[in-house]
Design a protein around this ligand. Sequence first.
Ligand code: NCD
Length: 307
Amino acid sequence: MALKSVLSAAQFTREDLDRILELSRQIELELQKRKTIPRLGDYVLATLFFEPSTRTRLSFEAAMHRLGGKVISSVGVQFSSLAKGETLYDTLKMVEAYSDICAIRHPVEGASQVAAANIKIPVINAGDGAGEHPTQALLDLYTIEKHCQISRNRLKIAFIGDIKYGRTIHSLIQLLWHYDCELVFISPPELRLGERYIRLLQENKVIYTETENIEALLQCDVAYVTRIQEERFADHREYERFKDRYIVNRSLVERAERKLIVMHPLPRLSEVSTDLDDHPAGVYFDQAQNGLYVRMALLLELLGVKL
Ligand code: NCD
């Protein structure tokens, strides 16, 4: 069934995932032959980003441009009428009037759900506070399939860093339970996966372990490293305690027992060393580039237009 909006990774069936990955793959191949695939000339995408972003917004906008569509954008609360006291509801009614589809990043969990309930155009959750980031999870899945063929192999996937607040992890684990894989969560005890997600893992019979020991990634196929989410800490001293706790670098990765890829949603600080940038294990720039193909696929899918 075609998707109406993209709000949470929980909404996807395995069939949806197969379809989106296949469409993304076709788009990646097509873009090797030409620069644009003009299919959305009649459509306008609105990007509303009320939290910082580089890759997500630029790749959504690039995706729309490469499909021949148009983009309008509102970035930063301070530059929108929200700063004058306008409600999000009124802002959304304007977005509905001016565009055909919108991508929203907002600091409040559930903001995109509220948006989708109030406007008729498709809504894409581009990150809602410490909640979810489903389109990032789709491009992460595409990257894992591309490098490790998750649809054919039994994989062991490690998540390292801020598992409590990392919204990309919250979304990705909800896609991974459609595949045969085992999860390893590596974090300080204070930054472990929240109860709600633990319950979901158990309900979906996912095999997982939790540890503080970074060496656990040496037995894995994928190391998904994340930034400690400074902006989510109420007490800054807490953040200081965790910020340089884990560093994944070339010398660690070269001790891996099997072929290992290192992923990161970016932006990175110190947690992935730059000495992995030109190492075969470091796939995070390819991962970010895959965001373009996957977001093009999502725009086509949500607007009901064929490739
Ligand atoms: C992530 C996010 O915004 O959640 N970035 C991204 O979209 N690629 C990860 C992060 O900010 O740490």
